[in-house]
Design a protein around this ligand. Sequence first.
Ligand SMILES: [Zn+2]
Length: 250
Amino acid sequence: MRKNIALLIITTALLFSGGCKKFEKPGQLKDPGIALTFDDDRVDNWFQYLPMLDSANVKATFYVCKYNRFTPEQKQKLAIIQSHGHEIAFHGTNHYNMMDYVYRYKHTIDELVKCEVVDGLKLMNRDGFYPITFAYPYGAHNGLYDKMLMRYFKSVRALNGGNDFSKSLASTEKNEVLYGLGIDKSSKRSDVNVIDVVKSAFNNNTCAVFVAHDINTGKALSVTRERLEKIFWHVKKLGLKYYTISEISN
Ligand SMILES: [Zn+2]
C-alpha cells in the first residue's frame, strides 16, 4: 500500500514537471516587434522601394486614400505590393479631416461614413483589395468615431502627437485603437530617438507602431532611406518581428 502511494506521488510529480508550460495570457503579444505603416496615395514611390523592403524581410502596412484617382498601372503596383505580403489598409476616400467634415462643415455622421468609408471601400473591393484596418487622415478622431468604425474595421490608427512614446507601444495583439509615432522628417525626431523606441519594444515585449508617408523623397512627409535601414538593422540585431496592423488588431 505504502509502495503504491509512493508510486502515485512520483508519477504525479513527473506529469506536472514535464507538462509545465510558460503561461501566456490570451491576446498577449508572443514576440516583440514593430509595425511599419505608410499613409496616403504614394504608390509609385512605395513600389520603387519595394525591393528594399523585401530584402530586409519587412512586412509593412500601407494605408491608402484617394484610390478613386489611381491609374490602372498604380492599381497594379498596389496589387504587387500586396502580393509581397504587405497589408493594404484604408485611409479614407478623399482624405478629409473627419472631425471637420461633421463638426465644422455640418455633415451628418451617416454622410461621413458613406462618403469617406463605404464609397472608397467599395471601389477597392471591386479590384480585389479588402482593407480591414483604418488610419484617420490627420489623426483626427474621437471615441465616437472609434466605436462607429469598428463596424467596418478591426482597428483604427490615430497619431501619437505627444512625447509619451509608450502610447505607440502595443502590448497585445487585440488592439482597437493604435497611436502611430511619426518617423518622417516632419516629426523632427532624431535617429537615436527612433531607435530607442525600437529597443523599448524589445525590452517590454511590445510592438512599436511607426508612421511614415513617402520613402526618401526629401519632402517633409518623407522618411529617409538611411533611417529605414537603421531601423531594419536594429530589428534584425534584436530578433524583432515585423507585424502588419491586422496581426495586432482585435
Ligand atoms: Zn494621410
